[in-house]
Design a protein around this ligand. Structure first.
Ligand code: ADP
Ligand code: MG
Length: 648
């Protein structure tokens, strides 16, 4: 017979504090394929240590261990995992079943790591459990099964991937004698079918079932007896496994990890929710802020666009707030006339704005008083609600006509349905109301009152003789490029004034200024949201670290049945991701709900949700899950199988 298992000079020493415990002392042992061996010895003699080394869960401190001719010391952790998965089947004294999984689920687990597809897997688990007399217990949880039944489930699990070599550490130790007898009978049958069976026991009557009994004392083999061959092994029949490869294998692993993640999230609902809270708040903040920003941006842009891109303003001074502006008197109505004569200009109006009082009867209000030309309304695209605008003659004759906006009408003519032709006092001077502007859209209705008079009237009758203007409002012809027209206007006025003592402002610049400020606001609030996400991520990491600690034993078990490091890593990484994604979904929902709540009130805080903001929020949640899930997942993957398994 060929040596399947070959230990040469193997020692295993444990270091505990300053002392070194020698659990195995220069052990030489050879076991052939198909043997049924019992390893017996008192408690503490080193049986489990030997078993762990045989099963590649642990490695010798010195000496050589070969499986099928392969030196195990030279195998990488993942190759050892593959060896455990494909060759060994473990049976533990305390069964080590996963309490959340059904009997069938437990039996299937090793096949998940072998990449067997779900259909084949379920079929095989059913037939194994059927064979072990558990056909009617497939969907029972371990807690609903007796000890003997649980041990039979664990035998089925050991056989799932083939289990050429069955390693049973005190398999009957926790069972009554009848169940123990059943388990031993099953092991004998498996031996007869060609499985190599290695049983560790302190019980001589259990050992009696084996063909070969190895006695161990204080880490040394002190006896190795063979009985007369009881019944020879049949050729080992390796089971044929349907394996998946490459990408579909990764997809398969993710597919397996997802339900595991959801099960563990469901098992700790409150904790999971609290963990998610940080992510929920962070994502909701990102989405809501971006939505609000977009909403107000579009609102302002709509207002800017109402002016039209072809509207430009000309003001004295170098720029807004120029302190010399009030002393510059070169901007005159003649400039307006000269500009109006240019072919690229659609219309021009002088502007002379002050604030003052308006009064009707005993109602006295403060209003913005605009002295303008007859073209002003066209330049600024103002629409008339009722009555008429004043015309060129009205301006030329300094007529006492007023166009008022709807706000002013409401204040001064609250009780009068027909203000046209009525008299109001503007700065004590009587004016006839000739027109009323159409009400502005609710979203842009300011609180200010506006009254428009001919600028000649303002100059001549209100503020005393003054010849210079606050500015010129210009509308460029539709067919002309605004930028070119701006250049032409600038050179014309510079020529007229002899110097450039004015500046030109157009709605494009207004838009840019606004977009800049709104961009920096968005940036600011987004960074606050990012901080919330990071804090949320730290919460996720914290809980995942706890989860890894709590589930150390589960991790050990998964490693024993053949999970590679990457499998464990993937499981926890996906769990972190699932928490973050669920949090993101809730956060997005929260933001949308808040948006429809606030947004529907009066359009004052419009929220506009773009696909981009939702994608960005989800992407950041994924990033948080990947980044903050990494450390716990790595910790889990780096656990030592023996350590993890023995953790209580
Ligand atoms: P058995 O299974 O035969 O009862 P073990 O193999 O579990 O014995 O233990 C053999 C010896 O090694 C014992 O003296 C035990 O205290 C020691 N030992 C086992 N595991 C460890 C460990 N992780 N650290 C330190 N000493 C250990
Ligand atoms: Mg033991």
């Amino acid at each position: 017979m060929t040596a399947l298992i070959e230990l040469t000079n193997v020692s295993r020493r444990y270091r505990s504090g300053d002392e070194t415990v020698v659990a195995l002392d220069t052990v030489d042992l050879t076991i052939a394929a198909g043997e049924m061996v019992a390893i017996v010895g008192a408690s503490g003699s080193g049986k489990s240590t030997l078993m762990n080394i045989l099963g590649c869960l642990d490695q010798p401190s010195s000496g050589s261990y070969r499986v099928d001719g392969h030196e195990t010391a030279r195998l990488a952790p993942d190759e050892l995992a593959r060896l455990r998965r494909d060759h060994f089947g473990f049976i533990f004294q305390r069964y080590h079943l996963m309490p959340d999984l059904s009997a069938a689920g437990n039996v299937e687990m090793p096949a998940i790591y072998a990449g067997m597809n779900a259909g084949t897997r379920g079929e095989r688990a059913r037939s194994l459990l059927d064979r072990l007399g558990l056909a009617d217990r497939l969907h029972h949880r371990p807690g609903q099964l007796s000890g003997g039944q649980q041990q039979r489930v664990s035998i089925a699990r050991a056989l799932m991937n083939g289990g050429h070599v069955i390693l049973a550490d005190e398999p009957t130790g926790a069972l009554d004698s009848k169940s123990g007898e059943t388990v031993l009978t099953i092991l004998r049958d498996l031996h007869r079918e060609g499985h190599t069976i290695i049983i560790v026991t302190h019980d001589a009557s259990v050992a009696a079932h084996a063909d070969r009994i190895i006695e161990i004392l204080d880490g040394r083999i002190v006896a190795d007896r063979r009985k007369a061959q009881m019944d020879g092994p049949v050729a080992a029949g390796a089971p044929s496994l349907t394996r998946l490869a490459g990408v579909s294998r990764l997809r398969h692993r993710i597919g397996e990890a997802l339900p595991m993640a959801f099960r563990s999230m469901a098992a700790h609902r409150v904790r999971t929710f609290l963990t998610m809270l940080g992510i929920i708040i962070g994502v909701a903040a990102v989405v809501a802020v971006v939505g609000l920003g977009e909403g107000s941006r579009q609102k302002v842009l709509a207002q800017v666009n109402d002016l039209g891109v072809s509207t430009i303003g000309i003001y004295p001074g170098q720029d807004w707030g120029d302190e010399r502006a009030s002393r510059i008197h070169t901007l005159t109505p003649e400039d307006a006339t000269a500009l109006a004569a240019q072919p690229y200009i659609d219309s021009v109006s002088p502007v002379l704005a002050t604030s003052g009082t308006a009064r009707r009867g005993n109602v006295l209000v403060n209003a913005e008083i605009n002295g303008v030309g007859e073209s002003y309304f066209q330049v600024n695209n103002l629409k008339l609600g009722r009555g008429r605008f004043f015309d060129r003659h009205g301006v030329a004759e300094r007529s006492q006509l007023a166009v008022i906006d709807d706000n002013t009408r409401r204040r001064l003519f609250a009780d009068d349905p027909n203000p046209i032709g009525k008299i109001i006092l503007v700065q004590q001077v009587p004016m006839v109301v000739s027109g009323i502007l159409a009400p502005r859209r609710a979203s842009e209705a300011g609180r200010n009152l506006q009254i428009f008079l001919p600028y000649t009237t303002v100059m001549g009758r209100l503020s005393g003789p003054a010849s210079s203007l606050n500015g010129l409002a210009v509308r460029v012809s539709d067919s002309v490029d605004t930028r070119l027209a701006e250049g032409a206007v600038a050179s014309l006025l510079t020529r007229r004034h002899g110097t450039k003592d004015f500046f030109i402002f157009n709605s494009d610049q207004l838009r840019k200024t606004f977009e800049n400020t709104s961009r920096s606001m968005t940036l600011l609030i987004t960074s606050v949201a990012a901080i919330a996400l990071i804090v949320g991520g730290i919460g996720v990491m914290n809980i995942m670290l706890v989860s890894v600690t709590e589930r150390t034993k589960e991790i050990g078990l998964r490693m024993a049945v053949g999970a590679r490091r990457i499998d464990i890593m993937l499981q926890f990484q996906i769990e972190a991701l699932a928490i973050c994604l669920a949090g993101a979904a809730l956060g997005i929902g929260l933001a949308l709900a808040a948006g429809s709540g606030i947004g529907s009130r009066d359009g004052e805080f419009p929220m506009i949700f773009t696909g981009a903001s939702i994608v960005i929020a989800s992407a950041s949640a994924i990033t948080v899950g990947l980044v903050f899930g990494y450390l716990p997942a790595r910790n889990a993957a780096r656990l030592d199988p023996v350590d993890a398994l023995s953790r209580e």
